[in-house]
Design a protein around this ligand. Structure first.
Ligand code: G3P
Length: 217
């Protein structure tokens, strides 16, 4: 499973990228707002840090405006992935951009039929939002399961990018179901390594090692 980080915070991206565990980055207008940065500047900085795809989202809602914005975003760096909303205009732009050789990420997916449309439009990634569905009382992971099933039925190559991840268990369950990618907020990504028995065990090993008086040299 690939790990993307869902943020536009440069410090967090650098830190996670240095671990060697980062396969890409996703941003959206809310994350750009939170960063307080200019979209072109911050996106360029992210693309310089991370080798993998960096999703940058169009703000327009009408096809020709989306295409103009996509052209601007695509010029930022070769690893830009154009993020488009799951509307007919977004799907039309997805089809055109994919045909032109761009990577695309169709976002705000809340149903399996929406995901089917994105695959038909040639999306590189489909972003189903798990947490936001959970918030409404609908099981977000069930959507990932349905999309996996449908894509496998027809051999669609669109990658399932599980988004709106809120917990470590979301990541575990998305991996069990077979999502191709999880985009995870920095804090949740860091929490994946945590286990109290790891901490306790390490403490014990450190103490016992000190008692041996040895050095590995
Ligand atoms: O990238 C979009 C998605 O991950 C948003 O997550 O927590 O705002 O629902 P959230």
């Amino acid at each position: 499973m690939k790990f993307f980080v869902d943020t536009a915070e440069i410090k967090e991206i650098k830190e996670l990228n240095d671990l060697g565990l980062l396969d890409g980055v996703t941003t959206n207008p809310s994350l750009i707002l939170k960063s307080g940065r200019n979209i072109a500047e911050v996106t360029k900085e992210i693309c310089d840090i991370v080798e993998g795809p960096v999703s940058a989202e169009v703000a327009a809602t009408e096809y020709s405006e989306m295409m103009k914005e996509a052209a601007v975003l695509a010029r930022i760096a070769p690893n830009i992935c154009i993020k488009l909303p799951l509307t007919f205009d977004g799907l039309k732009a997805c089809k055109a951009l994919t045909s032109d050789g761009h990577k695309t990420n169709v976002t705000l997916c809340f149903s399996a039929t929406q995901a089917l449309l994105a695959a038909k439009a040639g999306a590189t990634f489909i972003s189903p939002f798990i947490g936001r569905l959970d918030d409404t009382g609908i099981d977000g992971l069930e959507l990932i399961r349905d999309i996996r099933h449908i894509y496998d039925n027809y051999g669609y190559e669109t990658e399932i990018l599980a988004a709106s991840i809120r917990t470590v268990n979301h990541v575990k369950d998305a991996a069990l179901i077979g999502a191709d990618v999880c985009t995870v907020p920095p804090a949740t990504l860091k929490a994946l390594v945590k286990h109290p028995l790891t901490d306790k065990g390490l403490e014990q090993f450190i103490a016992d090692w000190a008692k041996t008086g040895q050095k590995i040299a």
